[in-house]
Design a protein around this ligand. Structure first.
Ligand SMILES: Nc1c(NC[C@H](O)[C@H](O)[C@H](O)CO)[nH]c(=O)[nH]c1=O
Ligand SMILES: CC(=O)[C@@H](O)COP(=O)(O)O
Length: 165
């Protein structure tokens, strides 16, 4: 399986651009907030480890993962000086098919934001079968997907900058 055998927090620092000039937005869903706070810390720490200063990180909260779509869209519109945005959520299977619709909806919505707008939005939404899988991927045995997302945000910010010249 993609994550098993790998650690989401490990990365080759020599392959990560210096991010001290970049500005990032982070939109965090409050559903399963024990998980999403862990993901936020992973992303925040990864940005800081690579030179980002606190003043260049703006955070908004939204109720659930489905609202990440609107929150990220408004952040793209409100903060056009941002270099990348990270969308953080934790969706855990319940008794019904609601999980399927939330996961598909947020996936398609964030994809659309990347297609329609110029600020890249990084998909840091866990879609897990149970709580343990979420714990394992937000600072547990498989590392922290938030860290992975922070590094992806830096790399996409650099790609966007390079693409302008
Ligand atoms: N069950 C989970 C949800 N459900 C709520 C939706 O995201 C949304 O807020 C609601 O349908 C109102 O529009 N959200 C999560 O982030 N994680 C879940 O496990
Ligand atoms: C992803 C969800 O919305 C889900 O956790 C809600 O739980 P349930 O399907 O039991 O209503």
């Amino acid at each position: 399986m993609a994550t098993q055998g790998n650690n989401l927090s490990e990365y080759d620092k020599s392959r990560v651009p210096d991010a001290k000039e970049f500005r990032f937005g982070i939109v965090v869903a409050e559903w399963n907030e024990d998980i999403t706070e862990g993901l936020f810390q992973g992303a925040f720490n990864a940005l800081k480890e690579n030179g980002v200063v606190n003043e260049n990180i703006v955070r908004w909260n939204v109720p659930g993962s489905f609202e990440l779509i609107y929150g990220c869209k408004k952040m793209q519109e409100s903060y056009d000086m941002l270099d990348a945005i990270i969308a953080i959520g934790s969706v855990i299977q319940g008794e019904t098919k609601h999980f399927d619709f939330v996961c598909e909806g947020v996936t398609q919505g964030i994809k659309d934001l990347n297609v329609q707008n110029d600020i890249p939005v990084i998909f840091c939404v866990l879609t897990d079968n149970n709580k343990q899988q979420s714990i394992d991927r937000s600072g547990g045995i498989h590392g922290n997907k938030g860290s992975e997302a922070g590094i992806a945000a830096i790399k996409m910010a650099q790609l966007r900058k390079d693409a302008r010249f």
